[in-house]
Structure formats: structure tokens, C-alpha cells
Ligand binder design. Structure first.
Ligand SMILES: N[C@@H](CCC(=O)N[C@@H](CS)C(=O)NCC(=O)O)C(=O)O
Length: 212
């Protein structure tokens, strides 16, 4: 019996499978051995009343004893406070994790996501907007390459900040953006090698496949 529920879509098309953000949450729950159940909301009907818990009609969110929490970064920080496998207990350690969670979302994912949208739709046209996005992403990856050059996790021990940062970089890697950034790529590979990631990935794939 568990009070933690992870909410995700009931089904998605092939392209986003393996990258839907519930994977970040599954991964953290696995790392911490926190029991949870999965609930689904309809991908094809965002007017379903079940989306009341999410102001943008998106996934994921969790419910802990019935209380909903949305935004993957907020959920990861929330879970981090439940387990030292996800976040240290001391304030300095927690501050370091928090800054990297926000950096992953607001400095790195902010550059990765619009860049990948061009790839998703196959837009190869040379436009000033696209050139600016290339430059924006290259700048962020250049800095991350320096940060990750030591070959370790972001704050020393593995934390939710690494779940988020490696998941953001994994999406960039899907479209080969890390080809010139070997430290970033090695970091993603190291993260993907964790059994908790692999279980989360397999579970997400199985969840969507079950609804085909
Ligand atoms: N900032 C949100 C983004 C959530 C998000 O983009 N979720 C996607 C699935 S990975 C979604 O629900 N997409 C459908 C939509 O935006 O309508 C988070 O990190 O939780």
C-alpha cells in the first residue's frame, strides 16, 4: 500500500516515448525505493476533469496522500526531501541541489527544448531564429562541458539534480547535439547506466505500449 501516485498520459505516439517527463519521476522513485502507483489521464482529451490538478493540462504530477504537486522540478525536490538517496540532508547540500535543478530547467532545458522542436518537425531552413537557437544551445553546452569535465555528479553525490540535468541533456543527445561535447555525453551515458533509469525507461515504454 502506498500513498504516492504518479500521473501520466494513458498513451502517447511513438516519437515522445522514452522522453515523457514522468520518466524523471519514475527514476527518482526507483532510486529511493519509494513505492508508488501510476494513474493515467487521457492524452487525447485535455478537457477531461482529471486535469484539474495541473494548471497547464500537462503531465506529470504526483499526488501524495491526495495532495497534488506539478512541475517535474518541484516534484523532484519534493521527493528529494523524502530520501537521502536523492538529496543530502544538510542545508548547503540542499541549496546546491536546488540551484542545479533550476539551472537544468531554466538555463539548459530552456535552450534544448526549442532547438529539439525544430528537429522534431524536420525544419532545416536557414533562418535567423534557427541560427540563434543553435548559438543559444551551443553556449549552454559549452558551459556544461566545463562543469562536467571532472567526470562526476553535479554536487558530488548523485541527486535529483543529476536526474534532471542528464534527462535534459539526453533529449539533446537524441538529436546528436552532444557530438562535440564528450563530457556531456559521458555524463548522460553514466546516468543512463543506472538500474533505476533503465527500470523507469522500461516501465514508461510498457505503460504506453499497453494502450496501443
Ligand atoms: N515544465 C513542465 C513541462 C511539462 C510538459 O511539457 N509535459 C509534457 C509531457 S513531457 C506534456 O504534458 N505535453 C502535452 C502538452 O503540453 O499539452 C514540467 O517539467 O513538468
Amino acid at each position: 500500500m502506498t500513498d504516492l501516485t504518479l500521473v501520466t498520459f494513458d498513451w502517447v505516439p511513438d516519437l515522445p516515448r522514452g522522453y515523457v517527463r514522468d520518466l524523471r519521476i519514475r527514476w527518482a522513485l526507483n532510486e529511493a525505493n519509494l513505492p508508488y502507483t501510476v494513474a493515467s489521464v487521457p492524452f487525447r482529451d485535455r478537457t477531461d476533469p482529471a486535469f484539474e490538478a495541473h494548471p497547464f493540462d500537462q503531465v506529470p504530477w504526483i499526488e501524495d496522500a491526495g495532495r497534488p504537486i506539478f512541475e517535474s522540478g518541484a516534484i523532484l525536490l519534493y521527493l528529494g526531501r523524502k530520501s537521502t538517496a536523492l538529496m543530502p540532508e544538510d542545508q548547503a547540500g540542499r541549496d546546491a541541489v536546488t540551484q542545479w535543478v533550476l539551472a537544468a530547467l531554466n538555463s539548459v532545458e530552456m535552450a534544448v527544448l526549442p532547438w529539439t522542436l525544430y528537429r522534431f518537425v524536420g525544419d532545416k531552413e536557414d533562418t535567423p531564429g534557427r541560427a540563434m537557437l543553435e548559438q543559444f544551445l551551443t553556449g549552454r553546452l559549452t558551459h556544461m562541458e566545463q562543469v562536467l569535465a571532472h567526470g562526476g555528479w553535479l554536487t558530488g553525490q548523485f541527486t535529483v539534480a543529476d536526474i534532471l540535468m542528464s534527462d535534459v541533456l539526453r533529449l539533446a543527445d537524441r538529436f546528436d547535439a552532444l557530438a562535440d561535447f564528450p563530457a556531456c555525453r559521458a555524463y548522460v551515458e553514466k546516468a543512463k547506466g543506472r538500474p533505476a533509469f533503465q527500470a523507469a525507461h522500461d516501465d514508461q515504454m510498457a505503460h504506453f505500449a499497453a494502450a496501443d
